[in-house]
Structure formats: C-alpha cells, structure tokens
Write a protein that binds this ligand. Structure first.
Ligand code: AMP
Ligand code: TRP
Length: 344
C-alpha cells in the first residue's frame, strides 16, 4: 500500500509551554507546513493520564492552540484540532492495547520517570500512554512525526505496533485488498537540529520541562521581555570562556545548552555560533542570547495573548480541525475494524 507522506504531531495541554516545546517541536511544525499535509493535535487525552484541574485543562487546550497559531501555523493549511473531539483516537488505542505487549511498555523510560517511586499509584492510562500515541499517528497513516528527542522511544514503539498489527492480521489485510500487506506505515521520527533536547536553565543535566517546580528553569512562551532576559542572565554556567569548536562543549552541559538554544533561534549550527563567540565570556554571550530570545519569543507571547482574548474563535478552529481530521481517520478506522473482524 503506497502511503502518501503525511505529518502528525501532538503537544500536551499541561501548561507552561516552554522554549523546549517551541524549538524541539513547534518550529519544526511551521517548516513542514510548506511541504506536507500536516495534522497538529492538542493531545488532551494524554494530558489526563495525570490529574488535571478541569478549568485549567480547558484554558491550556486553548493556550496550546494559540501557541500553534502565534508561532505561524496556518489553521487553513494545516489540520489543528484536539484529540478528544475525534473518537477514533480512543478506539484505535484500545485495539493497540491488545496488540502491544506488557513487556514493551515496561521498558518505557518516560513511564518510569513520570510514575517515579509510586508505580502502584500511577494511572493505567499513564502506563498505556504510548499506545494512545501510536494510535494518534497511525489513525491517519501518518509517515513523519516531528518531535523532541525525549519521544524517540515512543516512536519506536509505534513502529513496533504498526509492524505487529500488519503481521498478526496479514491474511485479513490481504483479504481486505491490500496486496503488499502494509496496512499501517512505519512512521519516521523527525528529530533534527541543535535543540532537540533543551535543558533546564538551572541544571544542565535535566531537560527543560513544564513540571519543574522552578519557573527559572524554563523560558515560557508567554514570558515578557524582562522575564526572558532575567532568566538568561541568571542561567547556570561555568566560569570558562566559550570554546571555538563544538568538541570543546563536551562535559560542559550548561554551555552546550545555551549555544544550542542560540543556534536554534538563529537558524544556524552550533559551530557557527562558536565561530562567532569562541573565546568570549558568558558576560558577552548571555546578553547576545537574551536579545535574540526576546526578539524571537516575546512577539509570539504577545500574539498568544491577543488570540486568547477570543476563546470562541479558538474553539471554532478546533471544531473545524476535528471535522477535517475525521474525514481522513474515519475510512482508516473502518478498514481497521474490517481487518480485525468487527461487524459494522
Ligand atoms: P509535551 O509538552 O511533553 O507534550 O511535548 C511536546 C513536544 O515538545 C514534543 O515533541 C516533545 O518532544 C518536545 N519537547 C518537550 N520538552 C522538550 C525539551 N526540553 N527539548 C526539546 N523538545 C522538547
Ligand atoms: N507524547 C508526546 C509528548 O509528550 C505528545 C504526543 C502525543 C505526540 N501523541 C503524539 C507526539 C503523536 C507526536 C505524535 O511530547
């Protein structure tokens, strides 16, 4: 089965959208809209795998949607929607709950991190989270998935699920008229560039995250100019000057992180940054980085605030996106049910 190239990605509406989300994922979404059919999903069903206050969840769904649009995603060109409005996600996730093996999910490092010491207390949804993510992608037969580095293992699982389904149901897939047996494609992760893993500004060994208790650890997309500048000024560094070669960043996680952020914001490589700033102290590099970050991020925050003033319009965009998403997913879900042997 020849699969048309199609992009799918998701962002959880769990608040505190940050520079890692922007550089690791959203900027990639913006580039891909020029060359591909793209679906960008606010994954509210993933969000509730840990407790979410209902009023905050509603606000956060709108905030991610506003961030998409303020960053330059065109809701006419792309399909922008929230997961829970398209029931196929939950339906296919159930099927994948029955395809994926316990052993596969037991290896997922994100579950171990999120569940922490209290595994017995984690929701069942948090454990089966990767199956829902595989369903998100495969419900549209998506072929390309732009994500940050932390999602690599989940993407590998999605590939394994696609393959196992194709093998388990090989005869039924042929009987359904798919000669080569490749009903589900193998989705490819797109994890590229200098900022696939943006680290905390307070600790270069931890990734920048929405849930870090310290607001100083991350630059959020809605931070104002002064806050962005202050967070960069206070970012942890070491006492050395910047090296002039990328190799010289080894063993210097905080320096490597700031150079990576600069490169991603500027659209150049880390080496380009070091060619310009090699030998410079952080007292010179940090103000340059702050200026660049303020220039790029603060207009997006302002645009987000403007868009969020009209929640009814955001809800319209999401409803319209869901209608268009269903047009693609419904025939695929129907075919999946036929293959499994469900009567429709
Ligand atoms: P999440 O907020 O977990 O829904 O993540 C949304 C997207 O941002 C995913 O593609 C993540 O891989 C990406 N992402 C999250 N945190 C970071 C980070 N610190 N650096 C780079 N990408 C990230
Ligand atoms: N798990 C992803 C994250 O936390 C979000 C996500 C859900 C996703 N479904 C997806 C990303 C499908 C890509 C494709 O970052």
């Amino acid at each position: 089965m020849k699969h048309q190239e199609r992009v799918f990605s998701g962002v959880q509406p769990t608040g505190n959208l940050h520079l890692g989300n922007y550089l690791g994922a959203i900027t990639k979404f913006v580039t891909l809209q020029e060359s591909h059919q793209c679906l960008y999903c606010v994954v509210d069903m993933h969000a509730i795998t840990v407790w979410q206050d209902p009023a905050e969840l509603r606000g956060n769904i709108r905030e991610v949607t506003a961030a998409f649009i303020a960053s330059g995603l065109d809701p006419k060109k792309n399909i922008i929607f929230n997961q829970s409005q398209v029931s196929g996600h939950a339906e296919l996730a159930w099927v994948f709950n029955c395809v994926a093996r316990m052993g596969w999910l037991n290896r997922m490092t994100q579950f171990k991190e999120k569940a922490g010491k209290h595994k017995e207390n984690a929701s069942v949804g948090l454990f089966s989270y990767p199956n829902l993510m595989a369903a998100d992608i495969l419900l549209y037969h998506a072929t390309h998935v732009p994500v940050g580095e932390d999602q690599k293992q989940h993407l590998e699982l999605a590939r394994d699920i696609a393959q196992k389904f194709n093998v388990d149901f090989a005869d039924a897939i042929k009987a359904a008229g798919i000669e080569d047996g490749l009903f589900f494609p193998q989705p490819e992760p797109l994890i590229q560039g200098p900022a696939t893993r943006v680290m905390s500004l307070r600790d270069g060994s931890k990734k920048m995250s929405k849930s870090d208790p310290s607001d100083m650890s991350r630059i959020t997309m809605t931070d104002d100019q002064d806050t962005i500048a202050k967070k960069i000024r206070k970012a942890k560094t070491d006492p050395e000057a910047l090296p002039s070669e990328v190799d010289g960043l080894e063993g210097r996680p905080e320096a490597a992180n700031l150079v990576g952020i600069y490169a991603a914001l500027k659209g150049c490589s880390k080496q380009d940054v070091l060619t310009e700033f090699g030998g410079a102290q952080f007292s010179v590099f940090k103000p340059a980085l702050a200026e660049l970050a303020v220039e790029q991020v603060s207009p997006i925050g302002e645009e987000m605030r403007r868009i969020l003033n009209d929640p009814a319009e955001i809800d319209n965009i999401l409803r319209n996106g869901a209608t268009r998403a269903r047009e693609i997913s419904e025939p695929i879900m129907a075919k999946t049910k036929e293959i499994i042997g469900f009567i429709q």
